[in-house]
Design a protein. Structure first.
Length: 220
């Protein structure tokens, strides 16, 4: 088995230290290949070892000056630390290249950054672009629905929450937000109640979080 694949399997099993060690071994054996560097950076970011990730990133960028994956990885490095404006710079640089292999992923992350910065209209422009490449990605569809909800496009928002539910009938957030869209559209209160009850049934703890967030928004 390739060392990169072995490392990712170890990571998926929760054996983070072994995954990191395996990726360092892969780099030692084939220092001319960028894949191990990229995987190592992502593992370190996921493990919130941001200082270590930055060291590997800087090394990789210097070594592979034409490799766009590390520009995307820099965006991830910033994003995971809540540095959304800084992350945007890197994602936008990737997105502007029409032939980029990471363009679709960059569009999704740009959308997430704008959502985090509470700019849903800008977010939607990129999330809808991301949907073209990932039409059944429930995370992207849910974000589009949330953006539409925030911009008071309730009919379209409901349609996107329905798309998520078709793909994942146990998505509590989609059921809850569908209920909110229906309420905003003054649909039958019984339909609204059924959606909210379904969300509560699927994930009672998260349901309470959604209710709390809704109350905070309404009180602003």
């Amino acid at each position: 088995m390739d060392l990169n694949q072995e490392a990712l399997l170890l990571w998926n099993k929760g054996r983070a230290n072994e995954a990191v060690a395996t990726l360092f071994k892969a780099i030692d054996e084939k220092p001319e290949q960028a894949e191990a560097y990229y995987n190592l950076i992502n593992v370190l970011i996921s493990a919130q070892k941001f200082s270590d990730a930055k060291v590997v990133l800087e090394t990789a960028v210097e070594k592979f000056t034409e490799e766009e994956s590390f520009l995307y990885a820099y965006g991830n490095w910033h994003y995971q630390q809540g540095q959304y404006k800084e992350a945007l710079i890197h994602y936008l640089n990737v997105f502007q290249h029409q032939d980029s292999l990471f363009r679709g992923e960059a569009a999704a992350m740009i959308g997430q950054c704008y959502m985090a910065l509470q700019q849903p209209k800008l977010a939607l422009a990129y999330l809808l672009e991301a949907e073209i490449n990932h039409p059944i990605d429930t995370t992207i569809l849910l974000m589009i629905g949330n953006g539409l909800l925030q911009t008071k496009s309730f009919v379209d928002a409901e349609s996107y929450f329905n798309k998520v539910i078709v793909l994942d009938q146990e998505n509590a957030e989609a059921w809850f937000k569908k209920g909110l869209a229906k309420r905003a559209l003054r649909h039958d209160p019984e339909e609204v109640k059924q959606c909210l009850q379904k969300a509560k049934q699927l994930d009672s703890e998260r349901f309470l979080t959604y209710v709390k967030q809704l109350k905070e928004i309404e009180e602003e």
